[in-house]
Every structure is written in C-alpha cells, then in structure tokens.
Design a binder for this molecule. Structure first.
Ligand SMILES: C[S@@+](CC[C@H](N)C(=O)[O-])C[C@H]1O[C@@H](n2cnc3c(N)ncnc32)[C@H](O)[C@@H]1O
Length: 281
C-alpha cells in the first residue's frame, strides 16, 4: 500500500492571486471587477474581507498565539475542551489499525488521543495549514513518545489519495476556513466508503444562556487573551468568528451538501459546542 506521501506533496505556504488592477480596466471591466470583488467577500469575525485575504489574517492569529494556545484553551473553557475532545474520540469508531486524518490539528490534542487508540498498526496524520501550530504540535507529541507523520496543508486541498482514511476529524478549525464547502468536499474525498467525519466546533448556545455567553465571549475572553498572550485582537476574532459560524442545523446541511449521510449532531455544554458526525457510503 502506498503512503499518502507517494501521492502528493504538502501545500506549503499560502499564495493567492491579487485582484486585477482596476487602473488598467475599462469602465465596463471595472464594474465587472467590482462585482466580482463584492462576490468574493467573506467573514473574518465581524469584518468583511476579500476571500484572498482571509487565510493570511487567520495565519496572523495563530502565528501570534501558538505558544500559549493550549494554556488559553484551558483557561477559556475551564478545561471543558478536554471533555469535548474526549467525547469526540469516543464517537470516532477509531480502533487498533485505523487510519485517521486530523485536519487543522494544531497542537495535536486529537491526534494524540487517536494515536493511542489506533496503536502501532494504525496511522494518524497531524495536519494544519499553519507551520507554527503544526511544529509546536508535532514537538509536543514527540515529547510524549508519539512520532506521527505531520503535513502542512490547506484543508481545501488535501494532499492525500481518495478513499484512504477510516476517520477524518476537524476540531475548532472549520470556522477559520475560507471555503468551508471545499474543505468538506476534500474531507469526503479522502474518506473510504464507510468512513466517518467528525466536526467539533463552536455552535449556537441554548437561547436563554446567550446573553451570558455573549458577555463572556465578547468581554471576558479578549481580556484573558490580552493578559496571557498580549493579543486581545486575536481573541476578539475568536468570539466574533463563533458568532458568524453556521448553527447546528446549517452545519448539518453543509455536511449533507458535501455528500455525507446519516449526519447527526450532539450538543455539548448546552450548545456552546456541537459535534457533528457524518458517514461516507
Ligand atoms: C482553533 S485551532 C484548533 C486546533 C486543534 N484542532 C484543537 O482543537 O485544539 C484552529 C486551527 O485551524 C487551522 N486552520 C485554519 N485554516 C485552515 C485551513 N484552511 N486548512 C488547515 N488548517 C487550517 C489553524 O492554523 C489552527 O491551527
């Protein structure tokens, strides 16, 4: 059996085309270009940015916070992220010998837990678009005796063959992606028939709790971020990006659109987070 490395290379650093210069365009072209530009806007938190800029803005966030990322997760969630991740592993069906892809795996929490389950005969790939997060994660796993293959790649263009993995996971990563539909389509492609996708992501909290949750995420989290990482803006982005991310039902519809079947979701901590699971048949 060939390994994914034989099939393609990692995507390396982001590179995006600039929009065509408006100066050289005719008036009609300028209007078309302006329309095109309007169509190619996306969210970066509450800001509207050109699609071509989002990935670099997101890279700036993780380049800034990667050293304190794990500490911040514990502080912000009061340790709950560990339970959310344990639940995800529990629903993964991963066992001895499984092949698992951790997309946007960052500092590697899920990869580590998958590797423990998949054992020596299994194969767990830690991947992320961000070199700093990825190398931090890879080193962290190595310190614990796990030497997993790691690839720096964009979830929207995965360098793996079709039908290769038993399980694909993406935890707190999809929200940051520019074209979530393309990323989901890629995750579908690399799964084998019968394989499953797990999407762990912030979602829509139970309505009566929303005012408290909003206060916490918009007022408290950025302050913790400022104290711990000296980067308030990145943690304001976190709160804003949660707010504009699709809710539970929209997320289910997106997964079905990408081809997943038997899609279901589990609300965790009253919908602060949801785990979506879907199968490729
Ligand atoms: C909030 S962290 C989550 C890390 C880890 N999965 C966890 O649960 O702790 C989000 C990660 O998504 C990565 N990411 C953002 N856009 C991506 C993309 N297009 N492809 C792959 N990874 C991406 C970021 O670099 C970052 O490491």
């Amino acid at each position: 059996m060939r390994s994914p490395c034989d099939f393609g290379t990692t995507n390396g650093v982001l590179g995006y085309d600039a929009y065509p210069s408006q100066d050289r365009a005719s008036p009609a072209e300028s209007v078309r270009n302006a329309d095109q530009t309007m169509q190619n806007q996306t969210h970066f938190g509450f800001e509207q940015v050109a699609e071509s800029d989002k990935a670099q803005r997101v890279a700036g966030v993780f380049d800034s916070v990667f050293r304190r990322y794990d500490l911040m997760n514990d502080l912000m969630s009061g340790g709950l992220h560990r339970l959310w991740k344990a639940f995800t592993i529990d629903r993964s069906g991963v066992r001895e010998g499984s092949r698992v892809l951790d997309v946007a795996g960052g500092t590697g929490d899920l990869s580590l837990a998958f590797a423990r389950r998949a054992g020596k005969s299994g194969r767990v790939w830690l991947t992320d678009i961000n070199g700093a997060m990825l190398s931090h994660g890879r080193d962290r796993l190595a310190d614990q005796g796990f030497f997993l293959p790691a690839a720096q790649c964009d979830a929207e263009r995965l360098p793996f063959p079709a039908g290769y993995f038993d399980c694909v996971s993406v935890a707190f990563g999809l929200r940051n992606m520019t074209h979530k539909d393309r990323a989901l389509a890629e995750m579908f492609r690399v799964l084998r028939p019968g394989g499953r996708l797990l999407v762990l992501e912030f979602s829509r909290v139970w309505k009566p709790l929303a005012p408290f949750y909003d206060f916490y995420s918009f007022k408290i989290i950025p302050r913790i971020g400022k104290l711990v990482t000296r980067d308030e803006a990145s943690y304001r982005y976190l709160a804003e990006s949660i707010h504009v991310h699709p809710d539970q039902e929209e997320m289910r519809a997106m997964m079905e659109q990408a081809g997943f079947e038997n899609v279901e979701y589990f609300n965790l901590t009253m919908g602060v987070v949801a785990l979506h699971r879907g199968f490729k048949f």
